[in-house]
Write a protein that binds this ligand. Sequence first.
Ligand code: CTP
Ligand code: MG
Length: 241
Amino acid sequence: MLEILDNMKVTAIVLAAGKGSRMKSDTPKQFLELDDKPILYYSLKAFEKSDVDEIVVVTIPSMEGYIKEEIIEKYSVGKVKTVVAGSVARYLSVYNGLLSASESDYVLIHDSARPFISVSKINEIIEQAMLKKAIIPGIKVKDTIKQVSTDGIVSCTPDRNLLIAVQTPQAFDYDMLKRGYDKIDKSKVDETITDDSCVWERYVKEPVYVIEGEETNIKITTPEDLLFGERIMKRLQEKRV
Ligand code: CTP
Ligand code: MG
């Protein structure tokens, strides 16, 4: 970590409060197992090994006991200080996490559905956030992306060279992001807030800097992603030992 900023407190908020409706499984996807461990385990372990100081897990209230016993205690994830309840939309779950991380200088917000994030990428994101305040990892899109109107007719084809697919963790100056989140009208759900940099763009209105993401840092969303996940896991196990 940058030595001059050594005394800064960095918190990771790991989101595990979703229902996983696209996975079509009774068990929310973050608790499905990959190589005999729940998906949530992998990102917690990565943050545990990283330069992050503390971890806040945001989850479904009925799963708090399971997370504490079957993940945190069982695998000694000592940096998890708090497990809090999530909410009905991702960004509202994030807000609950932010309220539990009030002593932080920097915050990293991560989807537990992305189990393959590397420790080195987390550390790079922290370092860059300390320099630039808002950092997101992104990768070039491979497909051509079309904008389509509600009647299913293509309205335009954005230049692919200007597009990236955005991943997590996204990292921010805590106070600035919290002030942005405070400004959101929380009386209704805004379906257009799909990541945290979106809140930064709209309410903080400062630049968001992109760094190279990882092709292996996929989000497990559908049953097919579990198959890709198993292959990625094998690949990484071979590479990272
Ligand atoms: N998440 C959350 N609280 C919510 C919704 C999502 O903490 N109300 C978390 C999920 O647990 C996941 C991450 O945000 O780790 C990314 O969301 P997504 O992949 O969309 O997961 P789900 O919302 O659970 O899945 P789906 O959209 O298919 O229902
Ligand atoms: Mg979702």
